[in-house]
Design a binder for this molecule. Structure first.
Ligand code: ADP
Ligand code: MG
Length: 204
């Protein structure tokens, strides 16, 4: 996986976020403040602009640049949280990037967001999509499958993880203020995480 792969990943994530912007915002309207789609779309648009202004030339630089831009430009909880995933992944990547190296860096990114968000799977957050994706990547490495199949498995796990947030009661973020009333709605951050992992499968 080279620099071009990582740029393609982030650009495809930006494309999917743009396509699903209204849907993500509707999910956030139900249990938050109706800004998740616009927040992320603005953030990823800025990330693409940053790539154009200063083309990254290593995989790590792609993720460090994306992370820093999301932290700086996204108002709302999700900016610093996604920023920390990408920045920690960037710091953890070796060059050249193998599937095993990618999986380990992804896991480090998930640990970073769990720490920053003081959260764990089951709290009805983005971690409910990211953690199962990470687990599938690790399993795919152990199974010795290729990158495309590994990313497809991860994308399915993230999608299932996002859907599995519907019956959960939110314990973190704005949605937690709703208590019981957060039950019955998909978490917007889990839904956007599933898109970001789906983008990996799309470009592999
Ligand atoms: P805000 O809640 O500030 O309006 P967004 O709407 O952009 O920010 O993002 C909301 C998403 O952020 C939630 O759906 C959830 O997935 C994620 N989130 C919020 N708080 C946390 C946290 N403490 N840990 C992990 N993810 C969180
Ligand atoms: Mg919001």
């Amino acid at each position: 996986m080279d620099t071009r792969f990582f740029v393609a990943w982030i650009e495809d994530a930006a494309r999917l976020v743009r396509l699903q912007r209204e849907h993500l915002t509707e999910l956030d309207a139900a249990i938050g403040d109706a800004d998740h789609g616009t927040n992320l779309d603005r953030g990823f648009t800025e990330v693409r602009q940053a790539f154009a202004d200063q083309p990254p030339d290593t995989p790590a630089q792609v993720l460090l640049s994306a992370g820093a831009t999301l932290i700086r430009r996204v108002g709302g909880a999700s900016g610093p949280l996604y920023g920390s995933v990408f920045r920690q992944m960037g710091r953890s990547l070796d060059d050249p990037v193998t599937l095993a190296g990618f999986a380990a860096a992804f896991e480090a990114g998930v640990v970073a967001v769990e720490r920053l968000g003081k959260t764990a799977p089951g709290d009805k957050t983005m971690v409910d999509a990211l953690a199962p994706a990470s687990r599938e990547l690790a399993r795919a490495v152990r199974d010795g499958v290729g990158a495309r199949e590994a990313f497809e498995r991860a994308a399915r796990a993230a999608e299932e993880g996002a859907r599995a947030t519907i019956p959960l009661r939110a314990r973190k973020g704005r949605a937690s203020y709703l208590g019981e009333r957060s039950i019955g709605h998909e978490d917007p951050g889990a839904a956007s995480s599933a898109l970001i992992v789906a983008a990996l499968a799309a470009v592999a």
